[in-house]
Design a protein around this ligand. Structure first.
Ligand code: ADP
Ligand code: MG
Length: 600
């Protein structure tokens, strides 16, 4: 052997290395294959995965199919029918163009492709295993193409180990299937998880497709968006502020039919909401952009998620203007401000400040704050209740047992002295001073402890519904529900997954108001979707906190005296009465000492 050290890697090894960029997880396989089916002009695309795609991904399309000669090249790297020249690369009209997907998949999985051209009377099958040349044989007729991918990463143990639980991998796949279905409402998509049908959506308008795929009630929650300027057209729907989420999970952006992610364009939408959303809330949207393909570069990312616009600012402005118009037309702005008690959203951001720093005005107090948004909190500054320090995260002094006892050890007569202030505080007195309770925060704590203290078997005894309620739920939420089913049962829910897109509610926890079953469950699923996966030992707590937050009375709810007395009693019977499960204060005490000082 010559003593040289640089050599060209054999093809199968080069492919396996390059595959890492394109095929990161089972979801990548699904995405690439569905893209190929769309590029082939399919009108109907069917996807079956087993074991979250680790064992099997099977895609069937009714598109144009391939000749025998093309089939032989399909799994060769840089073999593509979609572009020929550099000119083509600058105006991509198809989802694929890199000629890498099938080669990459074939480098890390067993691949079978059955295909037949439109009009031909026989078809061909390609069989490929990583590391050896593919075989091609004649196959039974059937127009279109089927790609079957088995045993993903079986030859790459490191990758195989790197895959997450079936649940997580399935969630990625189901998100991609949602994206694909939303990208082309004119196509039929069928999606199976093993033998279970997840969805079967038929060609429809985008609005209908959103309802089918995301289970969002369009009439109640969506506003249509349309705009067209400087050769950039935007069309689609945005959610009303009430549908905003804690994460970006409800955001879908498409460029010339391709799902893309773009922080700046997502921000364009957000900015149109101005002060309609709280900090950390993300609007829901499904928007399709149409741009001359010469004016965007889609070749900046191996998985083609990101794109580069010639003029990103123009795209930003078109989106922002169109969404703002849509919200104005829907009269979201005036009705929203009119409906809500001012107190629940006192902070309004001002257009700009001399220094360019964000500026907020508290519409209740007239106080103006520069810098980051001050937390919406009463300003106590007294012990033993929580103290608030504006520049830091709030810190709390934990009250001593004696202090709690003086609060709780109230005679019924003392407890009779409760009143509601500003429709959000319950005011009472203790031996030490005035006690001001945030009704919502207090109720959250009470509900949380009630749930936590309930034994799992007691949970079974939630209130049974006379008639089970059937609700539509998106596939990714069904996945969450499966994950948390035990915890839901412990809460007092009795739920049954009746199909991959619907569940039946048979019983709900006893605190749930009649008629509120669906909204409660949806609210919890939504929050769980936003927080992502919790470790097993945190789930019970997590779901109890979410449930309490969703079920707690609102600021602005009018309370009767008996309700207030019950709330005060329940709160001070809690083991940690002074904060909510999220760590926000539930009450403050204004000591008589301080009152005395003030009257000096
Ligand atoms: P790209 O999509 O970037 O061209 P791929 O590796 O995904 O690269 O596919 C290679 C080629 O195989 C495509 O250009 C196309 O000609 C052909 N092909 C792949 N999937 C299909 C399909 N479902 N129907 C018809 N042709 C297909
Ligand atoms: Mg492709």
């Amino acid at each position: 052997m010559a003593d040289t050290s640089i050599h060209i890697l054999p093809d199968h090894l080069a492919n396996q290395i390059a595959a890492g960029e394109v095929v990161q997880r089972p979801e990548s396989v699904v995405k690439e294959l569905v893209e190929n089916a769309i590029d082939a002009g399919a009108t109907s695309i069917s996807v079956v995965v087993r074991q979250a795609g680790k064992q099997l991904v099977h895609i069937i399309d009714d598109g144009g199919g391939m000749h025998r000669e093309d089939l032989a090249l399909a799994t060769v790297r840089h073999a593509t029918s979609k572009i020929r020249s550099e000119d083509d690369l600058h105006a991509i009209r198809t989802l694929g163009f890199r000629g890498e997907a099938l080669a990459s998949i074939a480098a890390v999985a067993d691949v079978e492709i059955r295909t037949q051209r439109r009009g031909d009377d026989s078809g061909h099958t390609l069989l490929s295993k990583p590391g050896s040349p593919p075989e091609i044989k004649a196959s039974v007729p059937g127009q279109g193409t089927q790609v079957i991918v088995r045993n993903l990463f079986s030859n790459v143990p490191a990758r195989r180990k790197f895959m997450k639980s079936d649940l997580t991998e399935f969630r990625h796949i189901s998100e991609t299937m949602q994206k694909m279905a939303l990208s082309r409402p004119d196509l039929r998509f069928t999606f199976h998880d093993g033998d279970i049908l997840v969805f079967d959506v038929r060609p429809a308008e985008l609005r209908r497709r959103i309802m089918d795929v995301l289970a969002i009630d369009a009439a109640k929650h969506l506003v249509p968006v349309a705009g067209d300027e400087n050769g950039i057209a935007v069309e689609g729907y945005v959610g009303l502020p009430s549908t905003a989420r804690q994460s970006r999970s409800g955001q879908f952006l498409f460029l010339n039919g391709r799902p893309i992610t773009s922080r700046s364009l997502a921000h364009a939408v957000l900015s149109a909401y101005e002060h309609l959303l709280d900090h950390g809330q993300h609007p829901v949207f499904v928007l399709h952009l149409t741009v001359d393909p010469h004016k965007v570069d889609v070749n900046v990312h191996p998985q083609k998620h990101e794109v580069k616009f010639d003029d990103e600012r123009a795209a930003y402005l078109v989106i922002q203007a169109a969404v703002a118009d849509a919200l104005r037309n829907a009269e979201v702005i005036p009705s929203f401000l009119g409906d809500l008690p001012l107190a629940s959203r006192p902070l309004q951001s001002l257009p700009s400040s001399p220094t360019g720093a964000p500026t907020y005005v508290n519409r209740l107090t007239g106080e103006i704050t520069y810098g980051s948004a001050p937390a919406h909190r009463p300003t106590p500054g007294t012990t033993p209740g929580p103290t608030y320090q504006p520049t830091q995260r709030p810190t709390y002094e934990v009250p001593t047992q004696r202090q709690i006892d003086t609060l709780f050890g109230k005679t019924d007569e003392e407890l009779a002295q409760v009143m509601q202030a500003g429709l959000q505080y319950v005011v009472t007195t203790s031996a030490e001073g005035l006690v001001v309770i945030d009704q919502r925060a207090a109720h959250e704590r009470v509900l949380y402890e009630r749930v936590i203290k309930r034994q799992p078997q007691e949970g079974q005894s939630g209130q049974a519904l006379l008639f089970a309620v059937t609700i539509k739920v998106s596939p990714s939420r069904i996945a969450i529900l499966k994950e948390y089913l035990d915890e839901f049962t412990a809460l007092g829910f009795r739920l049954e997954i009746v199909s991959a897109g619907a569940i039946e509610i048979h019983a709900v926890p006893s605190d749930v108001q009649p008629g509120n079953e669906e909204a409660t469950l949806e609210g919890i699923l939504q929050s769980l979707e936003d927080v992502g996966t919790l470790p097993r030992d945190k789930r019970r707590d997590g779901i109890a906190a979410v449930y309490a937050a969703k079920q707690a009375m609102r600021r602005g709810d009018r309370l009767t005296s008996p309700e207030m007395r019950a709330l005060v009693k329940d709160l001070f019977a809690c083991s940690v009465p002074h904060v909510t499960p999220h760590g926000e204060p539930t009450y403050v005490v204004i000591p008589f000492d301080e009152l005395v000082q003030r009257f000096r």
